[in-house]
Write a protein that binds this ligand. Sequence first.
Ligand code: V0D
Length: 247
Amino acid sequence: MNNSQREKELKQKIDAEKVPRHIAIIMDGNGRWALEKGLPRQEGHRQGVETVRDIVRCANELGISILTLFAFSTENWQRPAWEVNYLMSLPEKYFQSELPELKRNNVQIRLIGDAARLPRKVRQAVEEGTEATRDNTGMILNFALNYGSRSEILRAVKLLVDDVTSGTIKGEINEKTFSSYLYTVDMPDPDLLIRTSGEKRISNFLLWQLAYSELWFTSVFWPDFSRVDLMEAVHDYQLRRRRFGKL
Ligand code: V0D
């Protein structure tokens, strides 16, 4: 069966009323994809951006409310300087080609992570994207940039302590209060986490928020991850939830 037949078949199998509200993706395997093809690593990242475009389109068509993509972790600074530099050029490139369509499709761009420590040109590009889409009411597209979950949790604890000390918050501190200090404030937790490229770890991504999420791992490298793969994950998610009688 070819890809477009498979896509049609999956489209019929997916219950449009019960798609996950929030999908988070660890986009892994650009480097290994390039290595296997004998291409430079940056070619993998370039192709990875194309995949981001396809997957954002597909998620939007499926009616996903929030898509969170792990683009750069706090650990990624340890990569060679030339690679980090190349990665830092991608947000600007991405918006140059995608911003008109994102605006047209009513997508709202947001950033999670420590933006203050990103190069100025990255902050500017991201700000342009978030600013240009801030009044959009469709799918929220979160990019996790310079993101690490433990430091997000620590940051939340510090902000919470500040508010307790200054008397800004009184009364009980519960899970809901705590969540409101995370970058993902006001967003429901991910229903589904996808990680590509065969690794079966969470790797310091959304540790608090993934407490009850379904996890879906695939050996497909991110540059090869397709609409069909996303739809397979969504379909599998629906089968699992049905088995637990939760839908
Ligand atoms: C490389 C695969 C989009 C993962 C996808 C700076 C690694 C392509 C963005 C992007 C990266 C980030 C923020 C934003 C708009 C776009 C991106 C990075 C890497 C790291 F507001 N793709 N992408 N950012 N890759």
